[in-house]
Write a protein that binds this ligand. Structure first.
Ligand code: PAF
Length: 281
């Protein structure tokens, strides 16, 4: 497994044989089973697999957790080696944003609601770094988790609009046995908060059950999630949404697929989760 922080070394490894397909999973490290599922699929579906580990400052707001974001490079590298990854790119800020850097990728529209409104500038940071990573690694396929549903919508739009020749592959959310979506930020939770954090999945599951029972009013689905979160004393709701998964416009009445999503604070830890309901009709 080649580990490098240098762009030219990534390109050299990637283009040793232009006939080989490369799967790529961009990450911010502190890897969990969700990341490893992406990596394993990248490995299965391609001749070679690459992973980047980079905590991207451009996607964190000034009051957010950039400084405390969990890091575990040695452990991550051991896990990636075990998973059979061929190339790991571990750039620093000087490599990604050298002096004089001025460019931003801004995906209008789908970057605005939900996470985009709660975290201004977040998706500009994500789109910019992923565009750079795509240009550096030049993968055949790129792997992202459904856990960050809006991120997948923004990045698909970006790849399409900017003609990146990359196939976007979205993998299901990896969950703990009690339903909590795996996230590096779960490591911030105290034991009490960890127990309360199941409220996200409980709220989504309750709305999903209401949908299965025939409920199609967007307001009613959002109210089910809101009420479930309100019943958890340690949780504070940021937003709930029942939206069109392509446009992220809130459904008045669901007509097609429905992305149920929410963001919840447990004290200062902010968690997100979602369930995508496919239209069965
Ligand atoms: O999902 C993440 O971990 C990050 O947003 C990503 C895609 C690696 C960009 O920094």
């Amino acid at each position: 497994m080649k580990i490098t922080s240098k762009i030219e070394e990534v390109r050299a490894v990637r283009w040793v044989d232009a006939a080989l397909s490369w799967g790529f999973a961009p990450t911010m490290g502190y890897l969990h089973e969700g990341h490893l599922a992406l990596v394993r699929l990248a490995k299965t579906e391609n001749d070679r697999a690459a992973v980047s580990i980079y905590v991207n400052p451009a996607q964190f707001g000034p009051q957010e957790d950039l400084a405390s974001y969990p890091r575990s490079l040695e452990r991550d590298l051991a896990l990636l080696r075990e998973a059979g990854v061929d190339l790991v790119f571990t750039p620093d800020d000087g490599v990604m944003y050298p002096a004089g850097f001025q460019t931003k990728v801004w995906v209008e529209g789908v970057s605005r609601p939900l996470e985009g409104s709660a975290r201004p500038g977040h998706f500009d940071g994500v789109a910019t770094v992923v565009a750079k990573l795509f240009n550096i690694v030049q993968p055949t396929r790129a792997y992202f988790g459904q856990k960050d549903a809006q991120q997948t919508v923004v990045l698909r739009r970006m790849a399409l609009d900017l003609n990146f020749p990359v196939e976007m592959v979205i993998c299901p959310t990896a969950r703990e046995p009690d339903g909590l979506a795996m996230s590096s930020r779960n490591s911030y939770l105290t034991p009490d908060q960890r127990a309360a954090a199941t409220v996200l999945y409980r709220a989504l599951s309750a709305a999903q059950a209401a949908f299965a029972a025939g409920e199609r009013r967007g307001d009613a689905l959002r109210a089910v999630m809101r009420d479930t979160v309100a019943a958890e004393p340690l949780a504070r709701l940021d937003y709930v949404s029942a939206a069109n998964p392509l446009t992220l416009a809130e459904w008045d009445r669901v007509e097609g697929d429905c992305l149920l999503s929410l963001a919840v604070f447990l004290d200062r830890v902010r968690l997100i989760d979602n369930i995508l309901i496919k239209d069965a009709s």
